[in-house]
Design a protein around this ligand. Structure first.
Ligand SMILES: *[C@@H]1O[C@H](CO)[C@@H](O)[C@H](O)[C@H]1NC(C)=O
Ligand SMILES: *[C@@H]1O[C@H](CO)[C@@H](O)[C@H](O)[C@H]1NC(C)=O
Length: 315
């Protein structure tokens, strides 16, 4: 196929998606490591992790959003991990291993990619972020819960709460890639304190600083029921100590029919209700970048800064 018009476009960047095949640290499930490194970077670049959706790939995630372009513009690195589970290319968000700090699973492989990148590019370890859609949103919540010491913030589009996909009433050790239909259909409901216990079990004994959380969900989600949005809000609100309902509500933001609810004065939890939107939600790159302050040149948002009264202690 010939694409003659390409020659008319200014070539702004030579950077492209690369696969890292060297050993990059513990990766027990053999997740694949793809990375986008802009040609020009600041001295200590931030890192954005963008896990793909089910039946997706690193390449599809790379092409399916503006994050790589924005990384070139603002000078950060994007890691596009790829699921090793070839049957459905979903992420493992059910096993004890993936849901527990340093215990293994896909989450540990992804964290190894982060650590390798921090080392290789002198990255800013206090500005590591995660965002994704669907299975990528579920993995984002897994990363925030199991690795609160690694991530400064996360943003999840059409996901489920941390731990919701773990099989109920069963030992989930080694139970990788389990499809929890009860969770998907919105039948897994817990009290705020129960979700808090589930999230805290992701890193037993951890009392340190917790990442900020941003959640988006369509009210007409036919794959991962909208109930999951409310359940996730309850859990994170309890963990972050911002219970008691939203302190601010803004209609028609960032799109018409979407409403932003902010929990806690410090804005540690933001939840967007997308009225009438199905599972296939439109990613809002600019709103995510603003939450992470990845489009700022000064006044960065960093791990350990601010928050609802939790001491910045890295264990
Ligand atoms: C769960 O299974 C794992 C591996 O089979 C085992 O090591 C562990 O003791 C079990 N945990 C419980 C609570 O039964
Ligand atoms: C970052 O992006 C947001 C959303 O587009 C915008 O409102 C904000 O002004 C931007 N901040 C900077 C410093 O450019």
């Amino acid at each position: 196929m010939r694409l003659p018009w390409l020659t008319l476009l200014p070539l702004t960047s030579a950077a492209s998606l690369q696969r890292i095949t060297t050993s990059f640290g513990p990766n027990p499930t053999n997740a694949l490591f793809y990375i986008y490194v802009p040609d020009t970077l600041p001295a200590n670049p931030a890192i954005l992790v963008n896990p793909h959706w089910c039946h997706g790939s690193a390449e599809a995630a790379f092409r399916g959003s503006q994050y790589a372009n924005l990384a070139s513009k603002h000078g950060f690195i994007v890691i596009y991990p790829q699921s090793p589970h070839t049957a459905d290319s979903c992420w493992d968000v059910s096993s004890r291993e993936t849901l527990t700090h340093e215990a293994g699973g896909d989450s540990l492989g992804i964290v190894s990619m982060v650590r390798w990148t921090l080392n290789k590019y002198s990255g800013d370890s206090k500005r590591v972020f995660a965002t994704g859609v669907s299975s990528g949103a579920m993995m984002t919540q897994v990363l925030l819960g199991a690795y609160p010491d690694v991530f400064a913030a996360g943003s999840a589009f059409s996901g489920v709460p941390f731990g919701c996909f773990a099989p109920t009433g069963r030992n989930n050790s080694g139970v990788y890639g389990y499809w929890n239909d009860d969770c998907a259909k919105g039948r897994v409901k817990k009290e705020a304190e129960e979700w808090k216990a589930v999230i805290k079990a992701g890193y037993p004994g951890y009392e340190g600083w917790r990442p900020k959380v941003q959640l988006f969900h369509g009210t007409k989600d036919e794959i991962l029921d909208f109930v999951n949005h409310g359940e996730a809000v309850k859990g994170w609100a309890a963990v972050l100590g911002v219970e008691g309902g939203p302190v601010k509500e803004t209609r028609d933001t960032p799109l018409k029919g979407w409403t932003r609810f902010v929990y806690g004065e410090a804005g540690w939890l933001e939840a967007f209700t997308a009225e009438g939107v199905p599972h296939d939600i439109r990613v809002q790159e600019n709103t995510v970048l603003e939450f992470f302050r990845l489009n700022y040149t000064e006044g960065y948002f960093s791990w350990g800064e601010g928050g609802p009264g939790v001491k910045p202690v890295r264990v």
